[in-house]
Design a binder for this molecule. Sequence first.
Ligand code: RB5
Length: 159
Amino acid sequence: MAKKGYSRIALAADHAGYQVKERIKETLQQEGFEVIDFGTHTAESVDYPDYAKLVAQSVSQAESDRGVLVCGTGLGMAITANKFRGIRAATCNDAYTARMAAEHTDANVLCVGARVVDADHAVAIVREWLKGKFGGGRHQRRIDKIAEIERAQPALPAR
Ligand code: RB5
């Protein structure tokens, strides 16, 4: 797996993604990445926002360079992670989308669905994302617009 300018990867899963998370962790470590594993560590039912939050905070605060989240579909993890400042989380259950997530949208968190793809496929998706090189140029202009939308969000009135 090609290593880029980053080497520390935050990783987490819920119960649905736990086993696939273990496979991804093993692969990343074998390939020289430092992995911060935020859990979960068993197949006991947990709530995905609790885990997405830990990875998103780690990436948002630059404790980690990138994040990987695994749940049943990759959806709940991405929805949660995208609530955090500076996070561009993408659900990718195929390799092409994962490559585009890196090259076009510079996704800093990858979310995978363990009920959609098997462990081998999930590992291939992570590899493809890590291989992708952000294209800059027009893609940078577009993600700058995303950041501007995030900055411009007014505080919600108290309910
Ligand atoms: C858990 O049953 C499931 O809802 C969760 O893993 C995920 O798929 C949510 O998006």
